[in-house]
Design a protein around this ligand. Structure first.
Ligand code: CA
Length: 375
């Protein structure tokens, strides 16, 4: 538990004594950073966001949503959240605050929704009222539901207008990903009222789901809006090798499983190779895989670490590192992998309103960590 936020007038010496057990200093390529534990005791936290009052709202994969107070105290689970199928990779997954949260108190969740035929990824929202979500409403359900507990995807991203993106996985139904008549391996774009925007690329096309923005994805577990380029970026799990970053554009095909840099877990080749006309190349790929989850751009009004300005940060589950990527436009020109979590899986990465980066670790006793410049 960290008392620093509550006691800003403490002398530096006593502050250091208070936080010595939790803070780690790490020399990285461009800055010496300090990593501080903000909260612990979370069971497989998956997504988190900051409320305007500084508290954190966080999901736990088994099906809970909690609030984290400034002193690291966890609230009881919020009432009123949807039922989830918490098996395998499924459960309560991402959380996002509506851009108009200050006015509507709306909290968005995506999760594995049980139902006829198995489960699929669903998107919905409720109104935060003390320790409950009121009037939870499902806005979108991935079609069709299917058996199995893998590849739900599940990141929620708002653009700077009226749209929300839902990034999905292929539900391990790779043979159907190239079919626009289902939601396997798609990015969905909706208006915030849940309706399909008239300028979505497949509106009015026979046999195509009108919510689809892009297709040919495998399992997207990290996504963010680039505030300066004003475009959606995503990161998806490949098979063995072949994790990739894309900036999905309307109506484009990102290739899975026809083209990929990955191989099957049996080392068999997948698809037709690594390139094909009409299919997009990733902006970046990892081989061997890092198993990416969580994405944030270090672009903010006040930057805690100026040397990291414009960098892209992605968590690694298997790799257990935070990847710092230097960009030149859409090109990734350099990668540094930083052990911010002490060899733990990193599930989510968030740019805090204070300009600091935060990560959540994927563990039975999961933590939220703050990353800031060392003093
Ligand atoms: Ca691809």
């Amino acid at each position: 538990m960290i008392r620093e936020l509550l006691l800003p007038t403490l002398a530096a010496a006593s502050l250091a004594a208070t936080t010595a057990a939790e803070a780690r200093e790490i020399a990285t390529e461009r800055a010496t950073i300090r990593v501080t534990e903000v909260a612990s005791g979370l069971e497989h936290p998956w997504g988190f966001e900051f409320l305007p009052d500084g508290r954190i709202i966080v999901t736990e994969r088994p099906g809970r949503v909690r609030l984290i107070a400034g002193d690291g105290t966890l609230s009881p689970p919020l009432a009123g959240v949807p039922r989830v199928r918490a098996q395998g990779q499924g459960g309560m997954l991402d959380v996002a605050l509506d851009p108009d949260f200050a006015a509507n108190a709306r909290v968005w969740l995506c999760y594995s929704e049980p139902g006829d035929g198995g489960a699929s990824t669903a998107l919905g929202h409720g109104r935060l009222d003390r320790n409950a979500l009121r009037d939870f409403t499902v806005v979108y359900g991935q079609q069709p539901k299917t058996s199995g507990n893998l590849h739900y995807g599940c990141r929620i991203v708002f653009d700077d207008g009226d749209h929300v993106f839902l990034a999905l996985g292929d539900r391990f139904r790779r043979d159907q990903v190239q079919d626009l008549g289902n939601d396997f391996g798609k990015v969905i774009r909706l208006r915030r009222d849940g309706s399909v925007p008239a300028d979505n690329p497949y509106v009015g096309r026979d046999g195509a789901r009108p919510g689809i923005w892009s297709h040919g994805h495998r399992n997207i577990q990290g996504a963010a809006w680039h505030p300066e380029r004003r475009e959606l970026w995503t990161v998806e799990h490949g098979a063995r090798g072949g994790d990739e970053i894309n900036a999905p554009r309307a109506g484009l095909n990102y290739g899975w499983p026809v083209i990929t840099y990955g191989r099957d877990y049996t080392f068999l080749r997948i698809g037709e190779g690594t390139a094909k006309p009409g299919m997009e190349q990733p902006l970046h790929y990892w081989d061997p895989s890092i198993a990416p989850s969580g994405m944030a751009f270090h672009i903010a009004p006040t930057l805690a670490i100026p040397a990291w300005r414009g960098n892209l940060f992605i968590g690694g589950l298997k790799e257990q590192r935070l990847s710092r990527l230097e960009l030149d436009g859409q090109r990734i020109v350099h990668e540094e992998r930083i052990d911010v979590a002490g060899n733990q899986r990193i599930r989510d990465v968030v740019m805090g309103p204070d300009g600091h980066l935060y990560v959540a670790t994927d563990a039975p006793n999961g933590r939220v960590l703050r990353i800031e410049a060392a003093r």
